[in-house]
Design a protein around this ligand. Sequence first.
Ligand SMILES: Cc1cc2nc3c(=O)[nH]c(=O)nc-3n(C[C@H](O)[C@H](O)[C@H](O)COP(=O)(O)O)c2cc1C
Length: 284
Amino acid sequence: MHKTIDLSALDPALAQHFLQCSVAPRPIAFASTIDAAGHVNLSPFSFFNLFSTAPPILIFSPNRRLRDGTNKHTYFNCKETNEVVINMVDFDMAEQMSLTSCEYPHGVNEFVKAGFTEVKSTKVKPPRVLEAKVSFECKINQIIELGVNGGSGNLIICEVILMHVCDSLLGENGKIDPTRTNWLARLGEDWYVKSSIENMFILPKPNVKLGVGVDAIPSPVKALNRLSGNELGRLGNITLLPTDEEVAIFLSHNQNSDLIGLAQYLLSINEVNEAWKAILGWGR
Ligand SMILES: Cc1cc2nc3c(=O)[nH]c(=O)nc-3n(C[C@H](O)[C@H](O)[C@H](O)COP(=O)(O)O)c2cc1C
């Protein structure tokens, strides 16, 4: 059963709840901006992602405040100076990052309030955050205002012109090793999640060649309802099925086995070809 929701019929705060808890986890753009008079501002925005790699484009959205439809300092600064540094937030920065989201009056520098360290940027005026493991110096190509009501987004379309990466993230090949990251991401309400190693798993990239598809699995096997969606998907991603002869040899070694259970075990250790032999041998 699913609850069906017409967002337009909901109170805006409740609509926001359903959207934010569903489109999650969201990475956090920790945006450092500066106004025309030189006041520095630092605020987090989880309506944020990467949209293009060539050119490298990041978009985040300081929305109009839900309660009164007014815009935020970050939005005004972006409009005034067309520059931003987007710093990435990891678990080590969580509490201080959260502190910067308080609505300090215009002109208050949240680097100071939250105890972050300013580092002069190379190509833009706003400083970057020393404690951030990655920072992007960006010029703003375009701002798209989506409405005038509370909750309306303002898409800040940013082109990365320089990137800074902390050595601690780099593996021996000089690239970022995902297992060394501990990125923070926002769920909904007061919940966050971090990309720590215990939460990570490897899903091999889909074949460059075409996978045989879940529809290649014999219907009687699917009708047993023993294979999970992940197991079906892993089976469907193989390029070439074992031959009848290979299946026969496999069966001669596994005569009294629960072949579906065996296939599940083989899938769990990534022996997909062997798992297929068990699947095709079932019922023979
Ligand atoms: C983790 C986190 C993510 C947030 N994401 C957004 C967001 O995507 N858009 C938004 O308008 N406000 C967001 N906020 C709230 C702003 O950070 C907050 O309104 C802040 O005071 C804006 O500061 P400014 O007026 O100095 O720009 C977020 C707050 C937190 C703690």
